[in-house]
Ligand binder design. Structure first.
Ligand code: DQA
Length: 143
């Protein structure tokens, strides 16, 4: 099974960025945790991060026919991007939405998730372990 993990803007700043909200684990260590977990569970994983909406759309499109699942934390684009929603719908790859923080307990503008409308499962507020849970979900849920 091949899973693409996509992270949106400012997630490359994990560890530095608002540690009270996002924790002190750096983006590099999060990627390490994901890679180790995937290897232990026989999953092939590619990790991608971009601060640019169009690049994320391109990456989702390029996953068509190549990946069995997408784990996506679109970060701020969660709450604004119909383009990312449409790209997920276009490729029709099973997708899981991850948010490190509990967006539903934060500002009202974070309560709407466009990308989440194309995701079959949502892991919200479980910290960086949410990425591992999302991989476990996709690997375990009948593929
Ligand atoms: C986030 C929540 C978003 O509202 C925010 O813009 C992010 C990170 C999270 O993982 O908790 O950048 O997606």
């Amino acid at each position: 099974m091949k899973i693409l993990v996509i992270n949106g803007p400012n997630l490359n700043m994990l560890g530095i960025r608002e540690p009270d909200i996002y924790g002190r684990t750096t983006y590099e260590s999060v990627c390490g945790k994901i890679r180790d977990y995937a290897a232990e569970n026989g999953v092939e994983v590619e990790i991608y991060q971009s601060n640019h909406e169009g690049d994320i759309v391109d990456k989702i499109q390029s996953a068509y026919g190549k990946f069995d699942g997408i784990v996506i934390n679109p970060a701020a684009y969660t709450h604004t991007s119909v383009a990312i929603l449409d790209a997920l719908k276009a490729v029709s790859i099973r997708a899981v939405e991850v948010h490190i923080s509990d967006v539903n307990e934060r500002e009202p503008f974070r309560h709407i998730s466009y990308a989440g409308m194309a995701c079959e499962h949502h892991i919200i507020g479980h910290g960086v372990d949410g990425y591992l849970e999302a991989i476990a979900y996709l690997a375990g849920a009948g593929s």
